[in-house]
Design a protein around this ligand. Structure first.
Ligand code: GLA
Length: 746
């Protein structure tokens, strides 16, 4: 039993962690513990309570208690306005204008299996894999209720959280803030790991001590954004990859989010995750409910790597859905960086033909195939093939491509609308903008109002037609701007604060419909690269284009950052041309392949212009990827050395049973008299023996390396874990190696 209830104490046990709550004498639900696995005894007895000046005390039930204050007790889900002055989980305005919510415990329930959330993505599991605990809180005066949901996947060390807010009162309640998760710590000296960035340079890691005051990251951009990612870790100060106490939190939401941490007057820490409160105001009428987005939570006392591993497993196995979850993804070629907008049907057919010859499996026609779209100023919204440009119908083009022996995929941006489009001319009211004001343009485009049901229905039909007509087995769902001028013609004036969340719900509805009507189609998410790289999107799109920056060296840090919270199987990665289009850098083809193999693996260049030698190498790369894909897509991933330190980045894919592993090494630049880089290998069996071999990409690669390990020797798993091996040195800038490690039976 993962959920244990002992009178007023609720304990959740996972394989390696324990979570506890307690209902106190005032019927307040206190948070008692989350951390290393322990027993079920009452951890709230370890609280230190004292009479603290200016921290008020609730009206006494019996004896007045100056040591009891909501301001200093760890709570499970805080209300507002009744004496807890820290950042708060929920803020609401009642009909009399008062801004107060005072939660009291009102009951609980336990269910077999994992709860689902209507209209929102959520972790799923078989009935026997999970349990759900539901705790009911009530504001006695207004009838506002909160149902706190805990989904427990015991074996995976995962607890999911969400909240359903219900108005059982007679009058409306205006929600002004509603977090999905609150976590209070009675102790701890934490650091926050978060990920910031910009277009073309996403997922930079930042680690900062939690100081007194409030630290927050979030997005008010309508999308989860390139700027901050809705995944964070909280670690103890000494925590490293393989040691120390760490927590991970992934908000499954693709819209505006807020993650806040506060260290208070007595050094206690509070974390909140949920929808951003800035653009949020939700009117709950009598008997109405609002479900909040889910947060996936995990804890490990054995370091950051374990938190990453738990997040990888849960997202790969219990968030991503559909047939592509278990199948090798097709090796694709996308024409974007090969042609941009300048192509004809014949140009595309030629790329597809050459690609098929080399063994590529899917051709993706990117932007520019529809309406009058010759550049990024026009045409969005008109999802009608430009037959003049293609030289034939969409059906004919896709048939010509498929007949080359390669599948057909297509790029769309359903949420975008150009002013210069037939759709805009027919439905200007469908664009997001505020009446009588000029909207802010971005990439010279507007946003289609996905909060509207008629727009959602129109897009479901339109995109369904595109998929049917083109026989596409892959869709790249892009979105190339952030949202502002937030307003919907379908919402009353007092409901405009619901726009941002309704937009995301609309997006999810369209994606749910399309992915269920076309279960065989692989959907890849994209938001100008990683603008919507979040676990919410991964529920619909098991892979997401990681960044518009395709430079192999820049991708080292983007993909390193992403690996903290997201599985390798979700990272869209391509080999592109050199000099690289974003940076001008020239890297070897083998290095680009090594980088692209830390993801879904594909190509984005004009294959027809490559030399015979390069084409040979591509054939070889494809064979190598096929050989290792199960390690890459389903294996355990370890960061061995960071791109932010030292001269090379090293990572590993290990078979979960410890029979084999693949180590990838990318040098940043060649150094004279360099210091050897030692790779400790994780996930092997201590008692087994292993042989190491160097993966060759091309004939130019030396058989024997001037420095480094002597391949062919047999080493024990324990030695590889404890001491590691010296990775081959670089003889050139940006050189990459892959070292394959296989168990050798006597
Ligand atoms: C975005 C995507 C690119 C490409 C272009 C097309 O920037 O991230 O991969 O599809 O749009 O306009």
């Amino acid at each position: 039993m993962a959920i244990i209830i002992n009178k007023d104490i609720f304990t959740i046990q996972t394989k390696n962690s324990t979570y506890q709550m307690k209902v106190d004498k005032y019927d307040v639900l206190l948070h008692a513990y989350y951390g290393e696995k322990t027993d079920n005894s009452d951890k709230s007895l370890l609280y230190y309570q004292a009479d603290r000046g200016f921290s008020g005390n609730p009206y006494p039930i019996g004896k007045y208690d100056r040591a009891y204050s909501l301001d200093s007790l760890p709570q499970e889900y805080s209300g507002f306005g009744t004496g807890d002055y820290r950042i708060t989980a929920l803020r609401a305005q009642n009909m009399d204008g008062s801004q107060v919510v005072a939660w009291k415990y009102a009951g609980y329930g336990i269910e077999k299996g994992k709860y689902a959330i209507p209209g929102l993505p959520a972790v799923y599991a078989e009935k026997e894999e999970a349990q759900t605990l539901i705790i009911q809180l009530k504001d006695i005066d207004t009838g506002l209720e909160a149902f706190l949901y805990y989904g427990v996947l015991e074996e995976l060390d995962i607890i999911t959280r969400t909240v359903k807010i219900t108005n059982q009162g007679k009058s409306d309640v205006i929600l002004q803030k509603a977090a999905s998760l609150q976590l209070d710590w009675e102790y701890g000296d934490f650091e926050l790991l978060s990920f910031y960035g910009r277009h073309n340079m996403e997922m930079n890691i930042q680690r900062q001590a939690i100081h007194h005051g409030i630290q927050s990251i979030g997005s008010v951009r309508g999308i989860s954004s390139h700027q901050y990612n809705p995944f964070v870790m909280l670690c103890e100060k000494d925590a490293k990859e393989t040691m120390g106490s760490c927590y991970g939190f992934s908000l499954m939401y693709s819209g505006e989010f807020l993650i806040e941490v506060e260290k208070d007057q007595i050094d206690r820490t509070r974390l909140l995750c949920g929808i951003h409160s800035d653009n949020f105001q939700w009117i709950l009428q009598s008997k109405e409910s609002l479900w909040l987005p889910e947060v996936i939570m995990t804890y490990s006392q054995n370091g950051i790597a374990n938190v990453s591993k738990n997040m990888h497993t849960i997202i790969r196995e219990h968030v991503c859905r559909g047939i592509w979850k278990k199948k090798r993804r097709p090796i694709l070629i996308n024409n974007w960086e090969a042609t941009y907008f300048k192509f004809t049907g014949d140009v595309l057919i030629n790329i597809a033909k050459e690609a098929a010859k080399l063994g590529l499996e899917l051709f993706v026609m990117d932007d520019g195939w529809f309406g009058k779209r010759e550049d990024d100023n026009t045409g969005l919204g008109d999802w009608i093939p430009n037959e003049k440009k293609l030289g034939c119908t969409l059906k004919e083009l896709s048939q010509k491509i498929i007949s080359q022996g390669i599948a057909f995929g297509i790029w769309i941006e359903p949420e975008g609308i150009s002013e210069d489009s037939d759709l805009y001319r027919a439905h200007p009211e469908w664009a997001v903008k505020i009446p009588n004001r000029k909207p802010c343009l971005s990439r010279n485009q507007l946003v289609l109002d996905f909060s509207r049901k008629d727009v959602q229905d129109y897009m479901i039909e339109t995109i369904s037609n595109v998929i049917k007509e083109s026989s596409a087995t892959y869709i790249k769902w892009d979105f190339n701007r952030a949202i502002c001028d937030k307003f919907s013609n379908c919402l009353a004036a007092d409901k405009q604060g619901e726009f941002s969340h309704r937009y995301v719900l609309g997006l999810y509805r369209v994606l749910e419909k399309l992915t269920s009507v076309f279960p065989e189609v692989l959907f890849e998410g994209c938001g100008g690269g990683g603008g919507r790289f979040d676990a919410g999107m991964m529920y619909y799109t098991p892979q997401i284009w990681g960044s518009d920056n395709t430079d192999a060296i820049e991708r080292l840090s983007i993909q390193y950052g992403a690996s903290f919270g997201y599985p390798i199987s979700a990272m869209g990665t391509h080999i592109s041309a050199v000099p690289n289009h974003q940076t001008g850098r020239i890297t070897p083809l083998s290095t680009r392949a090594c980088m692209a193999m830390a993801g879904t693996f594909g190509y984005e260049l004009d294959i027809a212009t490559l030399t015979a030698e390069q084409k040979q190498e591509i054939k070889k790369q494809i064979a190598i990827f096929k050989k290792y894909y199960s390690l890459i897509q389903f294996g355990d991933y370890y960061r061995i050395s960071s791109p932010l330190e030292g001269n090379c980045t090293v990572w590993e894919f290990a078979d979960p049973e410890g029979k084999e592993a693949l180590i990838s090494v990318v040098y940043h630049h060649v150094q004279a008299n360099s210091i050897p880089v030692r790779a400790k290998v994780y996930g092997l069996k201590d008692n087994a023996m292993y042989q190491l071999s160097l993966q060759k990409y091309n004939e130019k690669q030396p058989e024997k390396l001037p420095y480094g390990f002597h391949f062919g020797e047999v080493i024990s798993g324990i030695a590889l874990r404890q001491i590691g091996f010296v990775v081959p040195n670089a003889v050139d800038d940006f050189q990459a190696w892959q070292i394959y490690i296989k168990e050798k039976r006597p």
